[in-house]
Design a protein around this ligand. Structure first.
Ligand SMILES: [Zn+2]
Length: 225
């Protein structure tokens, strides 16, 4: 697909033409240093190339005047000696934007796995903690059964106290580490689980549910999934 870009001489708006379709973009005020047929954008699948068409006009890519150059949507394109900034949104009318969300599947799975791992770690710890209660109860039962004559209940009490202390130390350390780990995980997820086209966070929804949408709710780019 090829899109001819230039200035509409009547309205001074940016004019884009492809085949028989032609649109005027923006509110006008395009300087006269932008030619009527200024440059051409060639679009092949995912690759883009811009070509300057007028020897008296200039097309700038990231500040450099070019005759023909492969570009991406992240490049700054400016037209004419007044360096009129080209608005990429003008292209979306001809080529609806797409957002390839397939890499987000693994982002979601990693987030879910890590969440479950943190939950299991917490539950395991709580289960182990209850072991101190069992040992204490065993010590009480033993002292009752032997009428306090067996020294083993003292050993059991001692063990229960030591284990309780160890768990207390671990619980104290975890009390600061666990929320931090959770927060780091959430922050990382919010950075990564974003629309590849507009960069907007797509929310705490599973990939399968996200993929049921046709397009990004923020930029309307069509999802590829
Ligand atoms: Zn988007």
């Amino acid at each position: 697909m090829e899109i001819l870009i230039g200035r509409d001489t009547e309205t001074n708006k940016l004019k884009l033409t492809s085949g028989t379709k032609s649109i005027l973009h923006g509110t006008g005020g395009v300087p006269t240093s932008v030619a009527n047929e200024h440059c051409r954008l060639e679009i092949n699948d995912q690759s883009l190339r811009i070509k300057n068409l007028n020897i008296n006009a200039y097309t700038f890519v990231n500040g450099q005047a070019v005759e023909s150059k492969a570009i991406s949507r992240n490049d700054n394109i400016a037209l004419g000696t007044d360096r009129y900034p080209f608005d990429w949104k003008a292209i979306d009318t001809f080529v609806p934007p797409v957002s390839d969300i397939r890499p987000l599947k693994s982002v979601w799975e990693h987030f879910e796995d890590e969440n479950i791992r943190l939950q299991i770690a917490e539950r395991k710890f709580n289960t182990l903690r209850s072991a101190t209660g069992i040992i204490t109860m065993a010590a009480i039962a033993l002292s009752i059964a032997t009428g306090g004559r067996s020294p083993w209940y003292i050993v059991l009490y001692g063990a229960a106290i030591i284990i309780s202390l160890l768990f207390f130390v671990k619980a104290y350390r975890d009390s600061s580490q666990m929320p931090q780990k959770r927060q780091d995980l959430t922050k990382q997820f919010q950075r990564d689980y974003v629309c590849p086209h507009c960069g907007h966070f797509l929310g705490n929804q599973a990939y399968d549910i996200l993929a049921q949408n046709d397009c990004c709710p923020y930029c309307k780019a069509k999802f590829i999934h």
